[in-house]
Ligand binder design. Structure first.
Ligand code: BES
Ligand code: ZN
Ligand code: ZN
Length: 502
């Protein structure tokens, strides 16, 4: 983690390392030009040269496209730059860093903000289970050149601390173990993190209440665990009149063993991360609740279940009735996320929001399709998709949109029940058929649960983020530390903050 420092006077020059961000063209003018030439340092974006004698760290800023490309994420990313810096200097025993000015940083607060956030996040790691001398987290005091210091206003600091806390919360929940992060502990963690915040209303649902509502998508999946299912509905109330209303939904499978269709061949390992969708939305809510909103009401709904095996396990051949009233044939107990999301999305529509956004580690197919770097985005509303696409590109959080193919909709239609929880296409385009399945639960015209008393059924603008690849880095993505990435939190927070200003 980092600490912002303003008082430089109490430090001896020998106690502080200076970070000099520079462009390739500036090398010529530097007193250390010869040393840098010898090190073959070209100041390419993310390139680092360490000069121990003078305690200087040169950080390259010049992004040169190596080839013609239409990739919108192929550009300078300042969050990654901060993270790369920390990783490249990890061997140095340093406590104090002085960030020198460069026009690139001091002329663009957002870049500067992202850079510092990247430094902070890269210096955090879940150390709970390591002896102190093996801890991976670093504590860095950050000092700034005066022109950068001028950017650190109260608003900057509030936003920074809030986002830093939010992302760390997301990452720590995903990295931590299912023994401690489960449907029974998570409601308590919510109380600790949000319970004292005046901007937030919390509504907890216990197992009996979820059963009472008839949410069989949740109760069937979660009933074989020693931890009873639970559900959270948090609301951030804005200070002024409500102009925008958003509902965030996150998949919260705290462990996915696959159920009776049990996972094999090492696929179970890392399934502690199957609650990353809920952790992402929790991080977003934590951040926004600390910043406070003017005109936007934000809801968060997550059902927490553990997909386990015992004599009460749900089975292939079962047919369950979702909260919406639509029935689903179970063909595979490992396609459990969409069942819990079906009920959570139905509840989301009852809040009558302008937009619904869900995040879920939903399918291995998403990882096959877009890799571990990317989130797969789908939805039913062009305008909402465009808004989010722009924010993801601005924040550099890799996300690709693929339209949901209507031609595949018939592949999730059932025979004895209305829908099936896998696709008759098998593995092909599994992320898209999962998205099509979910789309049935954001359109109230499909609903037929009389208890919901829906008079004018509405189809809601909705986006689904399949974060199966991007939520966790298992070593493939060399930009990130191994483990939870916290990807999407920054974009979702900024999307909502920007909307709140309109
Ligand atoms: N939680 C998994 C998806 C997953 C896979 C997340 C890899 C992260 C990394 C999900 O519940 C699942 O098991 N999906 C199945 C669906 C299939 C049975 C239709 C899958 O993708 O194989
Ligand atoms: Zn599964
Ligand atoms: Zn799952």
């Amino acid at each position: 983690m980092i600490n912002f420092k303003t008082e430089k006077n109490d430090l001896k020059p020998s106690d502080i390392w200076s970070v000099e961000p520079i462009e390739t063209t500036q090398i010529e003018t530097l007193e250390n030009k010869e040393i840098l030439d010898r090190l073959e340092f070209k100041a390419k974006f993310g390139e680092v040269a360490i000069l121990p004698e003078s305690k200087k760290i040169y950080l390259g800023l010049t992004f040169e496209a190596k080839q013609k490309s239409a990739d919108p994420f192929y550009k300078a990313n300042y969050y990654n730059l901060g993270a790369v810096l920390v990783r490249k200097i990890s061997k140095l025993k340093l406590e104090n860093l002085l960030i020198q000015d460069t026009e690139v940083l001091s002329s663009n607060t957002r870049k500067f903000f992202d850079f510092i956030l990247g430094i902070s996040q890269a210096s955090w790691s879940l150390d709970t289970y390591l002896p102190i001398d093996q801890a991976k987290s670093k504590n860095i005091n950050l000092y700034f050149d005066s022109s950068l210091e001028a950017l650190i206003t109260t608003e900057f600091l509030t936003n920074f601390e809030a986002l830093n806390k939010g992302i760390t919360l997301t990452r720590s929940l995903v990295d931590d173990i299912p023994e401690f992060i489960n449907p029974q502990t998570l409601p308590k963690i919510v109380d600790t993190e949000l319970g004292n915040n005046e901007n937030v209303n919390l509504k907890h649902y216990n197992y009996a209440q979820i059963q009472e509502l008839g949410m069989e998508g949740i109760t069937f999946v979660g009933r074989a665990s020693r931890y009873e299912p639970s559900m959270i509905h948090a609301i951030i109330k804005p200070q002024g009149d409500i102009k925008h209303k958003i509902c965030l939904v996150g998949k919260g499978v705290t462990y996915d063993s696959g159920g009776l269709d049990i996972k094999t061949d090492g696929h179970m390992k890392t399934m502690k991360s199957d609650m990353a969708g809920s952790a992402t939305m929790f991080g977003v809510i934590k951040t926004l609740s600390e910043i406070g909103l003017q005109n936007t009401e934000v809801h968060w709904i997550s059902a927490w279940v553990e997909n386990m095996v015992d004599g009460s396990s749900y089975k292939s051949d079962d047919i369950l009735t979702t909260y919406s009233g639509q029935t689903v044939e179970i063909w595979n107990t490992d396609a459990e996320g969409r069942l819990t999301l079906a009920d959570a999305l139905t509840l989301a529509t009852l809040q009558n929001p302008d937009y619904i956004v869900d995040a879920a580690t939903l399918t291995g197919a998403a990882v096959v399709a877009v890799s571990e770097y990317y989130t797969a985005m789908m939805g039913n509303d062009k305008d909402l998709i465009n808004q989010l696409e722009q924010t993801f590109i601005l924040e550099g959080e890799k996300t690709v949109h693929t339209p949901l193919p209507e031609v595949l909709r018939s592949k999730v239609k059932g025979d004895l029940g209305e829908l099936i929880n896998i696709s008759t296409l098998g593995r092909y385009a599994g992320h898209l058929t999962a998205g099509l399945f979910l789309s049935h639960f954001v359109d109230q015209k499909n609903f037929r649960n009389p208890k919901l008393k829906i008079e004018n059924p509405k189809a809601f603008a909705w986006v689904h983020l399949d974060i199966a690849g991007s939520a966790m880095n298992k070593g493939m993505n060399d930009l990130e530390a191994n483990g939870a990435t916290g990807q999407s939190v920054r974009s979702l927070v900024n999307w909502i903050l920007d909307m709140d200003k309109k």
